[in-house]
Design a protein around this ligand. Structure first.
Ligand SMILES: Nc1ncnc2c1ncn2[C@@H]1O[C@H](COP(=O)(O)OP(=O)(O)O)[C@@H](O)[C@H]1O
Ligand SMILES: Cc1ncc(COP(=O)(O)OP(=O)(O)O)c(N)n1
Length: 267
């Protein structure tokens, strides 16, 4: 007998240290009990000290990956991660529009929390024009929300205003993740604006740890997995936040500087 698991796909970069990128996505898909396929856009080489080299896949190769999956699989939800440049964004948008891969979670990956650039500056406009309108759920971190919305991060209600701005730019549901770079911080608050105009905040403790690579990928992959399982957008976002919180809280001892989170964690 063959068991049935929903099939989902991550359209993202490979990160050699396994802490982020499609490796974090696949670990999350496995933990969430969905089958994960991959459309690889780029490969970066690095370790817990940072990223040291990278190569991008060609547009033809990425299109072939889409075609091969579409010809054989029933993909029920998809997410994007590192897309590297405008050419790759256009290729991904064109192919996503061509095939039925279910709802799209767009994690607008621009820079890692350690300062490594994963998207060319010249590609921001393409991200806005081509990908944000395709997003069922858009999950910018605080920095990405500043870049994409153009709003002043010091506004007292910056996250809410940015979420509304990004929704006007075409994303159906927007989660603007909270800052976690401030002195004496005790909590992190993410802000969510749903398609119907409802909004809510999610606050969890702030964990002071060197092991938090891949948090954004894990969150967006968990949302994708549960969309693939047929859950509502609000439920997937709430559950994803709980999952990533557990993954950060119960760390694992891997790497000598900035390590991964723990995808085995459940609470
Ligand atoms: N140190 C931390 N303590 C608690 N929660 C965190 C911490 N770092 C990130 N998070 C949470 O992890 C999720 C991913 O956010 P973030 O790390 O900002 O994304 P990205 O990896 O895209 O920069 C969010 O829900 C955020 O609130
Ligand atoms: C290939 C690749 N490498 C690194 C990242 C960054 O992961 P993310 O979860 O977005 O951010 P950090 O929390 O690790 O800074 C990526 N998306 N893709």
């Amino acid at each position: 007998m063959l068991n049935d698991y929903p099939q989902v796909v991550t359209i993202a970069g490979s990160d050699s240290d396994g802490s982020a990128g499609m490796q974090a996505d696949l670990l999350t898909f496995f933990a969430k009990q969905v089958y994960g396929a991959t459309i690889i856009t780029a490969c970066v080489s690095g370790n817990s000290f940072g990223i040291h080299a990278g190569v991008n896949m060609s547009a033809d190769f990425i299109s072939q990956e889409f075609k091969d999956l579409a010809n054989d699989f029933h993909i029920r939800a998809a997410k994007t991660g590192m897309l590297a440049d405008a050419d790759i964004i256009n290729t991904v948008a064109n192919n996503y529009e061509k095939y039925d891969f279910g709802p799209l979670v767009v994690d607008p990956v621009i820079i890692t929390k350690h300062g490594d650039m994963l998207l060319e500056h010249a590609a921001y406009e393409t991200l806005v024009q081509r990908l944000i309108p395709l997003a069922e759920v858009l999950t910018p971190n605080f920095f990405e929300a500043v870049k994409l919305s153009g709003l002043d991060p010091d506004l007292p209600d910056f996250q809410a205003q940015a979420a509304h701005q990004l929704q006007k730019m075409g994303a159906r549901n927007v989660m603007v993740k909270g800052r976690h770079d401030q002195d004496n911080q005790t909590t992190v608050t993410d802000y969510v604006l749903l398609e119907n105009g409802d909004s809510f905040e999610m606050t969890e403790p702030y964990y002071e740890t060197t092991h938090k690579n891949g948090t954004g990928d894990t969150l967006s992959a968990a949302i994708t997995a549960e969309l693939g399982l047929g859950k509502s957008v609000e439920t997937t976002i709430r559950n994803a936040k709980k999952y990533v919180d557990a993954c950060i809280k119960n760390g694992i001892n891997v790497g000598h500087q900035f390590g991964p989170i723990n995808h085995w964690a459940t609470k």
